[in-house]
Write a protein that binds this ligand. Structure first.
Ligand code: NDP
Length: 299
């Protein structure tokens, strides 16, 4: 029995199905291109998660007919060498999109790499120019893939959060902040009243319990529990956390930032992990790559 005294479960927002629909449309558009759109992935050092992420993105790119190239640099690559490689890609007319897979060995190198990207090829939307366009509600930039994908998931529920309370846990530049900017925009699927929470927020439960829409991106396994959410809310779980699980062959399983099993008994809509936000992030990367190609080709 749930908090409303009834047996009920939330509707699960299936990111795989929604992503597949978007990828089908992208493939059809790619088939009409005069050459395949081309995205280049830059990876530094052998961070196992980065290797997995780039492989996954390349697999999906291949499936929709987008050409992809992965450039791997050793951990001791200098910033000068990395920026030289980015500059070459910026000037290559056969390259539509460039993605620098975070994290890089140092924060300084990461900032320098993002800044060196041609904003017109910045399909991840992390260049300060694109961040600025988003802040100004100017649609000519690239929107970061994860928040853009989350917006699609929210749209799929058919709910309108105009004037309602959206609470975002996490203030990173790649998820939390751009998510808030999108939800605040004076556009359809925006117009929410947005609150950001982070590790210094006092009495976080006060905010989460008041959220009509709760987006959780903090990287803390099962942080959000059933008593922290408002009955009938929509919960989007961005977290990807590996927790030890000796019963799995890999020795771990992936869980989100939300205690899905119990929270689903309280809320109306919820995303699972895996199979929620993750597939949407990749689908939106393909969408941005196609967009970059279309802008370059003028079609
Ligand atoms: P960051 O580490 O960059 O940011 C985490 C944010 O969470 C920070 O703002 C931090 O606060 C806040 N935070 C951490 N602990 C707490 C806490 N106990 N209470 C409140 N706030 C807290 O992470 P990302 O934004 O890059 O990623 C967040 C999660 O989303 C990760 O699990 C990541 O793997 C996942 N992710 C998933 C993607 C997908 O496609 N599904 C894509 C990108 C990320 P402060 O700023 O004060 O430090």
């Amino acid at each position: 029995m749930n908090q409303r005294g009834k047996f009920r479960m939330a509707r699960i927002i299936d990111g795989k199905i929604i992503a597949n629909d978007i990828l089908t449309e992208i493939k059809q558009a790619v088939d009409r291109c005069t050459r395949p759109p081309h995205v280049v992935f830059i990876r530094v050092a052998e961070d196992p998660a980065s290797v997995i992420y780039v492989n996954r993105k390349q697999k999906v790119a291949h499936e929709v007919g987008i050409r992809s190239t992965a450039l791997a640099f050793p951990a001791d690559v200098t910033s000068t060498e990395l920026l030289k490689a980015i500059d070459k890609l910026n000037r290559d007319p056969e390259v539509d999109g460039i993605l620098v897979q975070a994290p890089l060995p140092t924060e300084a190198m990461q900032r320098a790499a993002f800044l060196a990207l041609d904003p017109q090829k910045d399909v991840d939307g992390f260049h300060p120019y694109n961040v600025g366009l988003l802040a100004q509600e100017d649609g000519r930039g690239f929107v970061p893939c994860t928040p853009a994908g989350i917006l699609e998931l929210i749209r799929s529920t058919g709910q309108d959060f105009t004037g309602r309370h959206a609470v975002i846990l996490g203030r990173s530049s790649i998820v939390g902040k751009p998510m808030g900017m999108l939800l605040m925009q004076r556009k359809p699927w925006g117009n929410a009243t947005v609150t950001f929470c982070h590790s210094k927020t006092r009495n976080i439960v006060h905010y989460t319990r008041g959220a009509d829409l709760l987006v959780v991106a903090i990287g803390q396994p099962h942080f959000v529990t059933a008593d922290m959410v408002k009955p009938g809310a929509t919960v989007i779980d961005v977290g990807i956390n590996r927790v030890p699980d000796p019963q799995r062959s890999k020795g771990y399983r992936v869980v989100g930032d939300v205690d899905f099993e119990h929270v689903q008994e309280v809320v109306d809509f919820i995303t699972p992990v895996p199979g929620g936000v993750g597939p949407m992030t990749i689908a939106m990367l393909m969408k941005n790559t196609l967009l970059a190609y279309q802008r370059h080709a003028g079609c």
